[in-house]
Design a protein around this ligand. Sequence first.
Ligand code: HEM
Length: 139
Amino acid sequence: MNQHTVTLVQDSWKQVATIAPQAAALFYQNLFAADPSLKPMFRGDMTEQGRKLMQMIGAAVGKLNDLDNLVPVLQGLAVRHDGYGVKESHYQTVGAALLKTLGQGLGDRFTSETRDAWATVYGVMSNVMITASRTTVAA
Ligand code: HEM
């Protein structure tokens, strides 16, 4: 993850953040279309869930140059996700739904370079989470 990747992700996220509620709704639509079996895992209000998701992605994107502080946040998130019943394979489904949503939200601005940058960043984030889940025994 080099500086160019970080800049592409941070700049494109600023554009997505201006349509955060719509992007969140679109994301869950894409996710449940890709795998309807995930739907029952979400038990709360989906508008609120979308707000939390967008806030967390925004916080993570803002910390891409501050991995010392980002990694523990993602590790905590991963442990909570174990409790939601999330499995390793789900991270790939979520990543694909996220990239699809970004493409829909950004349109022409979602260049192949920006897409690759997001794939790299999501890969790093999901690897940290998956590793934390593998190495943490749920309390
Ligand atoms: C980088 C990846 C991800 C991020 C940033 C993320 C973010 C979040 C956030 C911020 C919450 C709110 C609760 C909390 O903070 O603990 C949440 C809840 C949740 N997430 Fe994720 N998540 C990710 C990956 C996944 C994956 C792969 C799944 C698998 C389907 C998933 C399913 C859920 C579920 C089921 C909940 C709880 C919903 C509820 O209580 O109704 N998430 N996620």
